[in-house]
Design a protein around this ligand. Structure first.
Ligand SMILES: NC(=O)c1ccc[n+]([C@@H]2O[C@H](COP(=O)([O-])OP(=O)(O)OC[C@H]3O[C@@H](n4cnc5c(N)ncnc54)[C@H](OP(=O)(O)O)[C@@H]3O)[C@@H](O)[C@H]2O)c1
Length: 339
């Protein structure tokens, strides 16, 4: 893109109101804002793909957490990949593809030090928001490092048709799990888990109590639970875990829109006698695994042993709707917005 072709304004999403329970479209506003030319050490990126992720729901509340809340009436942010269209930084040239944190907008001006160059020949650009990016590392580190996965484990993962869950189940299979079980929210997703991702068993959590469906899928119990959901899923897993079982507490999406006290788990005391280990995780703690993760996962993608799906919503104007769709379960694999 020639300098004179860079527009003077671009669209960006602002948080217009803090959601009370489930977010609604009027909580978001698409605003025309100036596109600032990069100063020394900065780059201007035309975003090509934006990430919408469940953790963003937490950032819409005005509470202190491990990431600061979005400010009302200001641009939201999140993962994005795009192309450098103007550079004031020595180490980035126009045309470079980069991953950075100023999503939810068409154009982003940022310090070059906050962008990572990505290789569009190695993988399609949106893969760096998913299988080769934050959700991929979450699955890899959560299963192998936090969950201390061992070959022969029986593994249960919730949110199993989503970005993280679909990779957890497949990595467990590739690493020699005895049995992989997944739960998801539709019959079509359950079929995908078994037919496409190689899960040994899967169930639709909307069909009946999770505990009963898990007991049927894993009659001898489980060794490792990867929790993306919380609530009744975590309670069911605590019931199914064997002696010295492990649970990776990665997410609790079932309660992100709750306004009252969260449900369960009511059976936590079982963890005492079974000597369970329930461990929370944040992907940011596992950056040291990045080179090993990228090499191994890129290899599986290349040789076809890992299947990766994306649900692509088109147009920056549909970003808020894509985020709402993610919370509703519209996605199989990673939800991305392509501009
Ligand atoms: N700790 C960390 O560092 C870290 C990093 C990344 C992600 N996470 C967490 O990991 C989880 C998965 O993230 P992701 O990016 O891979 O998202 P995702 O699974 O691709 O998308 C979210 C999925 O959650 C499911 N869902 C929504 N409401 C639900 C409910 N009440 N009960 C059960 N499932 C529900 C939906 O699928 P269904 O159709 O199956 O309902 C939806 O597709 C989230 O909890 C997220 O917060 C944590």
């Amino acid at each position: 893109m020639a300098e004179q072709d860079i527009p003077t304004t671009g669209r960006e999403w602002h948080l217009a109101a803090r959601p009370d329970g489930w977010p609604v479209p009027t909580d978001f506003a698409l605003v025309e804002a100036p596109v600032r030319r990069p100063g020394p050490g900065e780059i201007l990126v035309r975003n090509a793909h934006l990430s919408v992720d469940p953790y963003m729901r937490g950032r819409m509340n005005d509470v202190k957490s491990y990431v600061p809340p979005f400010a009302l009436g200001e641009a939201m942010d999140g993962g994005a990949v795009g192309t450098v269209v103007a550079s004031g930084a020595e180490d980035f040239a126009v045309g470079d593809a980069v991953l950075h944190g100023l999503g939810w907008r068409e154009y982003a001006t940022l310090p070059a030090a906050r962008a990572v160059r990505v290789d569009a020949d190695l993988a399609p650009l949106p893969y760096y928001l998913g299988v080769l990016g934050m959700p991929g590392l979450t699955a890899y580190a959560g299963l192998l490092e936090v969950g201390s996965f061992r070959a022969g484990d029986t593994v249960f993962v919730s949110g199993a048709a989503g970005a993280v869950g679909s990779l957890v189940g497949q990595i467990a299979r590739l690493k020699g799990a005895a049995r992989v079980i997944g739960s998801a929210g539709s019959a079509a997703k359950v079929a995908t888990l078994v037919d496409d991702y190689g899960f040994d068993a899967a169930f639709n959590y909307k069909d009946g109590p999770v505990a009963a469906q898990l007991a049927a899928a894993a009659p001898d119990g489980i060794d490792l639970y990867f929790d993306n959901v919380g609530g009744d899923h975590l309670e069911a897993a605590i019931g199914a875990l064997r002696l010295h079982g492990r649970a990776v507490l990665c997410g609790a999406i079932a309660q992100y829109n709750d306004t009252g006290a969260p449900a369960g788990p009511r059976n936590l005391a079982l963890a005492i006698g079974k000597r369970l280990r329930l461990q929370g995780m944040l992907v940011g703690d596992h950056a040291a695994l990045q080179p090993q993760f990228t090499a191994e996962v890129a290899g599986w993608l290349r040789d076809g042993s890992l299947r990766y799906d994306q649900t692509v919503v088109k147009g920056v104007e549909n970003t808020a709707e894509a985020f709402l769709g993610l919370l509703r379960g519209d996605n199989t694999g990673k939800m991305v917005v392509s501009l």
